[in-house]
Design a protein around this ligand. Structure first.
Ligand code: NDP
Length: 403
């Protein structure tokens, strides 16, 4: 029985808070604070209608550390779950330390003026959390999050060591819009337009964004083009599972998405440098995000499935030589919407956020300091995925990917 404070009231938060309310035995009191209180109230109203549970709501700018510290002290939660944007990670961690409360998030810190997805800013908090006997769990979404837990599960139950790891993120959903992103547009476009980087034999290999493409047949979705990208779990996995020789991350994009993005990039609309416009500095990407459909509005129209998983190759645990396993979850956009009022990209992030919080609050995962998902026992997390809407499957493949 634990009190929790969730920060941020977008699509991911909406799913997570609904799922927390459905597990009142773990989350006995739910508090929700965000920049726009009306969005917290809308989530609270939906939760009340669907589950009968009460969510307490507040307005807060999470970048105002003293005000956030006071709010945390006033509420007195056991855990703060950060589902705002990556820019707020460090201020929220600062407020947690000032208030003496543990922390969790789903995406690593990014400075606003640089599209740099790196963990070192947050890892630098390790000693301060440790000294206070607090835990900070980083990246408890799907990717990062479940994809790292999938890797540790394979390492625990199927493979002695992992030699190569490919993470495949497929969204086969169609929202019926010309161009829209399935999570925060600003964060999504910064990620997709960044150079691709993968880990190979102890070094980063960098290639221009969206230039390496492969076609892959995804169960439940069909054949899709997927592109090599940088993704933050590569950094934490190569650190915590240093035996892995090659880690790559692939994400699917349709031709229309790529065409729109290319045009927007070519005309400068994805830039993050300020541009003077009518006497005011504006960031082109922030303006673009303001005119694009809000991800939380895509739920009612999105049809199709997501399929996200890991393909890992290494020496089998049973001594039978090198083996390859594919472990994945398939999630249906319409089912996700029916259950929580949000499409599957928010659902596949919000459910693992609830589960990560449950791991900490129930004591299934304990620690002092800053941790990534792959540093904990995967089994209790994997059990909860099966019970709470993200069932997974594992199958043996003939060998690693041939590209
Ligand atoms: P949204 O943009 O829908 O929601 C973000 C929320 O944060 C909004 O309610 C916003 O407020 C609030 N917010 C922004 N700035 C502040 C601030 N200064 N103080 C308080 N609240 C603030 O994003 P999503 O729900 O799509 O994504 C949430 C997080 O999940 C992001 O960090 C994203 O990167 C991460 N994510 C992780 C994934 C994973 O698999 N690991 C996958 C998808 C997303 P307002 O309503 O006023 O704008």
């Amino acid at each position: 029985m634990s009190k929790v404070l969730v920060i941020g009231a977008g699509g991911v938060s909406s799913v997570c808070v609904h799922k927390m309310a459905m597990n009142a035995g773990i989350f006995s009191e739910i508090h929700l604070a965000s920049r726009t209180k009306a969005k917290c109230d809308a989530i609270a109203a939906s939760v009340k209608e669907r589950t009968g549970q009460t969510v307490h709501t507040y307005e807060i700018d999470a970048e105002e550390v003293p005000a956030l510290t006071r709010l945390i002290q006033q509420i007195g939660p056991k855990l703060v779950v950060n589902l705002a944007l990556p820019y707020q990670d460090l201020p929220i961690m600062d407020a947690c330390l000032a208030a003496g409360v543990s922390y969790m998030d789903t995406a690593n810190y990014e400075p606003k003026d640089e599209a740099k997805f790196e963990y070192h800013w947050q890892w630098a908090y390790h000693d301060r959390f440790k000294e206070q006997g607090l835990v900070a769990l980083l990246g408890s979404g799907f990717d990062p999050g479940v994809t790292s837990v999938f890797a540790t599960w394979l390492k625990k139950h199927k493979l002695k060591t992992i030699r190569t790891l490919d993470i495949l993120d497929c969204n086969g959903g169609d929202h019926g819009q010309h161009f829209a992103t399935n999570f925060n547009p600003e964060i999504n476009i910064r990620e997709v337009t960044a150079p691709a980087r993968h880990w190979l034999n102890g070094e980063w290999v960098e290639t221009p964004a969206l230039t390496i493409r492969q076609n892959f047949e995804f169960e439940g979705v069909g054949p899709k083009n997927m592109y090599l990208m940088y993704h933050e779990e590569i950094e934490s996995l190569k650190t915590h599972l240093p035996e892995i020789e090659r880690i790559r991350f692939w994400m699917t994009f349709g031709d229309a998405y790529i065409t729109h993005l290319t045009v927007l990039q070519n005309v400068g609309m994805t830039g993050i440098e300020p541009v003077r416009f009518q006497g005011k500095d504006i960031i082109p990407l922030q303006f673009l995000a303001a005119v694009l459909p809000k991800p939380e509005t895509l739920g009612p129209t999105t049809k199709g499935k997501t399929n996200i998983g890991d393909i890992a190759t290494g020496q089998a645990l049973d001594g039978s030589g090198e083996k390859t396993f594919y472990i994945y979850n398939i999630c249906d956009h319409e089912d996700a919407f029916h259950e929580t009022g949000n499409q599957a990209v928010s659902y596949t992030t919000g459910v693992p956020a609830m589960i990560g919080a449950a791991m900490l609050l129930t004591g299934a995962w304990t620690g002092e300091g800053v941790f990534n998902m792959e540093q904990f026992d995967p089994d209790p997390f994997m059990d909860m995925l099966n019970q709470h809407g993200l069932p997974w499957q594992v199958k043996e493949l003939a060998g690693p990917l041939t590209f």
